[in-house]
Design a protein around this ligand. Structure first.
Ligand SMILES: *[C@@H]1O[C@H](CO)[C@@H](O)[C@H](O)[C@H]1NC(C)=O
Ligand SMILES: *[C@@H]1O[C@H](CO)[C@@H](O)[C@H](O)[C@H]1NC(C)=O
Ligand SMILES: *[C@@H]1O[C@H](CO)[C@@H](O)[C@H](O)[C@H]1NC(C)=O
Length: 818
């Protein structure tokens, strides 16, 4: 009997111990009987994305309750409970008590931190949801409306996906980010990040009570001043506005983790996690001087490409020109001629403008631009108006009643705004304002007017004709189709051009308009409605039917990234299939790096920028959740440079159009260019994202060395470029491969890092090559890189295999041995 009792005692003790262990090892909840004690196992969210526990920041002894990502090697804290009340020892206990409070007590049972609630429940629990939201609620009650308290309402310096940044007008509460004091102290620092609904929603960063950055108002697609940060499809974001609340939120669109942070020195950053190894910054604000709030003063206009960056808007002059010339811009600008409201003023349209601070603006989202103008012109203190929403040709009304602050002007992006000017300014619209009274001065605008009317009539007529042509095929003016069925629908829009239009734009595809030849067909330069375009003619390589082709194009048009060439539309008629692209004036990368004189244009910082840009573009193609595009013909000719030498990958997605095989499949037609093909692809027709990585590695080595892999030769040996680079690297002399034109513009660590990454990318075995997200990370971080194994195609030119390199200089399509 005694033995039995003892046994049952041990059994219950064991069960008890097990239950403790279980509650703190694998659970996501804290209950009134199960606490979280410093030193216990952490609690983790149900899906295993986040975990919570006690931690100390680097270089600090203080203990905090915090939340971070689980299974990531770098601890990334996303939330801190007792940020202002640290524990100084390891005696802390986090518990839930009735009527529904979370409390953090120290060893002497003093409360250091607690939550608040206005309701009480019988059986409160705190649960860590997989979104990273830590909630207090009644046990078993899963109605989100009944939550007593949630960490999403009390963020620290990190905005997680799904968190609402903004204001609730019912309870008057505002949710905003506040930075840490410094890297060691999570207490609230100087900076805060808000979604400010006053006037019209915009997000702002404040230092204390001063605004230091404004995103510009939300225009339905993006914030008026941040058009460049829609970094592709890892996430989508928006501002949602209703009677009870206005908030900014973002959502993930792939499995890649994203977070937005406000650093202790006021930098906003959007990070993505590459390969669970480290975070890669995608967006960084302030990105340039013009992101400093109101740098140029009222009616000043900031343009980061100008020097100095500040100017006055057209028709405006510095308020104090002496100060302005000393680059003290805060006084801003004033109208050249003051408007006199009694006489009729005019409104001048300014394009590509980041809209002024909206905190003193007024809005009505149902008005048209015309109604907006009427209201503004009737009230003398109304300074400007614009559409509040740029979608669908523009709608809604925004009015400004005070001086216009924080304007920036870009070559693109932004939107139109109409600013009040004296009526007399209309006389000088086409002129710079000198030489008044000249007869020509009147004739010019007049004749320009006549020509304009004529031109617009012409264009109208053409459009009508085109629309009619398209209607015959069952589609409206803009080609709209549902990409599932290939039918016309509201779903998606791609401009469809008539063959006759394109033929005309390219002078009937004349030889002298031919600017290149890719693996998928010739490219022509054309002029369409005054804009330069590039036309890729795919007629001979595509084996697809019309509908299949359209579906693919719809997908590819969706791919938008600053390092991809923009597609403007397509043209499908009978056998002819064409893609219409933006035209990039600087041509392709090979014409710079392999050219003795041109290569001097690209110093090291530019080259490093180009390497990074290509890497980001390729990462976007590979990791985009919906598509996973493999380029298959990545090479220097396919990297185009815009006027600022930003690299843009062209020909992406064509492999998908021109081949029907799935990813990872084998194909008997090898499309690509020798000198860039990975061994497994060239020899066995097997391709994967890692084949692109291989080509990218070659590209890095070419950019660094200024030598073409196909043409490389060395006086001392007959190794190819890869083998040569690898050998030098092994001997610790990797920088000897450097392009002699680079001179001393180089940063040696960056060069070595780039070569090292290049060599990792060209390793023989595809599994050894890094993914593009790791590449981006490795290029931008300072960790130690692994030693690359022997590259693929480690061959000497005289060896039989070397023939692969000696062959045709042009892109080829061959039958490969299977
Ligand atoms: C909790 O909220 C009540 C009212 O909602 C307020 O009076 C009280 O001061 C709050 N307590 C704390 C600790 O914030
Ligand atoms: C907005 O404009 C519409 C149309 O002009 C008008 O009917 C409506 O009352 C306006 N709303 C507000 C809040 O002014
Ligand atoms: C002009 O608009 C301002 C701001 O909305 C308002 O205070 C003022 O009364 C208006 N003036 C007139 C004449 O309507």
């Amino acid at each position: 009997m005694k033995a039995l009792l003892r046994e049952s005692f041990y059994l219950s003790l064991l069960l008890y111990l097990c239950s403790i262990q279980q509650s703190f090892g694998a659970t996501d909840t804290i209950t009134t009987t199960q606490f979280l004690r410093d030193g216990d196992a952490n609690i983790s969210s149900t899906g295993g994305t986040f975990e919570m526990g006690f931690f100390s920041p680097d270089n600090s002894e203080n203990r905090y309750v915090g939340m971070w990502y689980k299974n990531i090697s770098v601890q990334t804290v996303v939330w801190v409970a007792n940020r202002e009340a640290p524990l100084t020892n390891r005696s802390g206990i986090l518990k839930v008590i009735k009527p529904g409070l979370l409390v953090l007590v120290n060893g002497t049972n003093n409360v250091l931190w607690s939550t608040n609630t206005s309701r009480s429940v019988q059986n409160p629990v705190a649960q860590l949801l997989d979104s990273g939201n830590f909630v207090v609620k009644e046990a078993g009650d899963n109605n989100p409306g009944n939550i007593l308290w949630q960490s999403f309402d009390h963020p620290t310096d990190t905005l997680l996906a799904g968190m609402k940044l903004g204001r609730n007008f019912v309870n008057g509460r505002e949710v905003y980010l506040s930075s840490w004091k410094n890297e060691e102290d999570p207490a609230p620092g100087d900076y805060t990040y808000h979604c400010d609904p006053s006037g019209y929603p915009q997000t702002i960063v404040k230092k204390g009570s001063d605004v230091v950055y404004s995103s510009g108002p939300w225009n339905g697609r993006y914030f008026s001043g941040t058009q460049n940060s829609r970094e592709g499809s890892f996430y989508t974001y928006g501002v949602y506005s209703s009677t009870p609340e206005v908030y900014f939120v973002y959502k993930l669109t792939s499995l890649v983790l994203v977070r937005l942070t406000l650093s202790h020195n006021g930098v906003l950053q959007i990070w993505i996690l590459g390969d669970r190894k480290g975070w890669v910054p995608l967006v960084l604000i302030p990105a340039d001087k013009c992101d400093m709030y109101n740098l140029c003063g009222a009616y000043g206009s900031c343009n980061s490409q100008d020097s100095p960056v500040c100017g006055c808007l057209d028709k405006f002059v510095p308020k104090n020109s002496d100060a302005w010339n000393r680059t003290e811009w805060s006084g801003g600008c004033v109208r050249r001629t003051e408007p006199n409201c009694l006489q009729k003023d005019m409104f001048l349209k300014y394009s590509h403008i980041k809209l002024p601070d909206t905190r003193n603006s007024w809005s009505n989202v149902t008005m048209t631009l015309e109604e907006c103008k009427n209201i503004c012109s009737k009230n003398c203190s109304c300074m400007a108006y614009s559409n509040s929403d740029i979608r669908n040709g523009g709608s809604g009304c925004l009015l400004w009643f005070e001086d216009l602050l924080d304007i920036r002007k870009g070559p693109s992006g932004g939107q139109d705004i109409y600013i009040r000017l004296a009526a007399s300014e209309s006389d000088s619209l086409e002129q710079s304002g000198e030489k008044k009274g000249n007869v020509l001065f009147w004739i010019l605008p007049l004749s320009a007017g006549v020509i304009l009317v004529f031109l617009s009539l012409l264009i109208y007529h053409r459009r009508r004709k085109k629309a009619l042509e398209l209607k015959k095929n069952g589609c409206g003016g803009n080609y709209k189709m549902d990409y599932n069925s290939g039918n016309c629908a509201e779903e998606f829009e791609i401009p469809l051009f008539a063959l006759s239009t394109i033929a005309k734009a390219t002078n009937n595809f004349s030889i002298d308009r031919r600017i290149g030849e890719g693996g998928f067909g010739p490219v022509y330069k054309g002029i369409l409605e005054g804009k330069e375009i590039a036309v890729k003619r795919l007629s001979r390589t595509s084996t697809q039917g019309e509908n299949e082709f359209k579906n693919e194009v719809v997908y590819i048009v969706k791919l938008q990234h600053r390092n991809l060439v923009k597609i403007l539309g397509c043209c499908i008629e009978g056998e002819e299939k064409m893609l219409i692209y933006e035209y990039l004036p600087n041509g392709s990368l090979d014409s710079f790096i392999f050219d003795d004189t041109q290569s001097k244009v690209l110093d090291w910082p530019k080259r490093f920028h180009i390497i990074n840009g290509i890497a980001r573009g390729l990462m976007y193609l590979h990791q985009d959740s919906q598509l996973r595009i493999i380029h298959r013909d990545l090479k220097a000719n396919n990297i185009l440079l815009d006027k600022d030498m930003n690299p843009k990958i062209s020909d992406f997605g064509l492999a998908k159009i021109c081949e029907e095989d799935d990813i990872g499949a084998k194909t008997d037609r090898v499309v690509g260019t020798y000198g860039y093909l990975s061994p497994e692809y060239a020899l066995h027709g097997k391709y994967s994202v890692k084949s692109d990585v291989f080509s990218f590695g070659i590209l890095i080595l070419e950019i660094v060395s200024g030598q073409s892999n196909r043409k490389f030769s060395h006086p001392d040996h007959s190794l190819n470029l890869l083998a040569h680079a690898w050998k030098l690297n092994k001997e610790g002399r990797s920088t000897e491969i450097l392009d002699e034109h680079l001179g001393d513009s180089c940063s040696t660590p960056e060069v070595e890092r780039s070569i090292c990454v290049g060599l990792l990318c060209v390793q023989q075995c595809p599994e050894d090559r890094p993914s593009m997200s790791s590449v981006v990370m490795m290029l931008n971080n300072e960790g130690v890189l692994p030693q690359a194994k022997r590259p693929g195609f480690y061959i000497e030119r005289d060896a039989p295999d070397g023939e692969l390199y000696a062959q045709s200089q042009t892109p080829i399509t061959i039958l490969a041995a299977r």
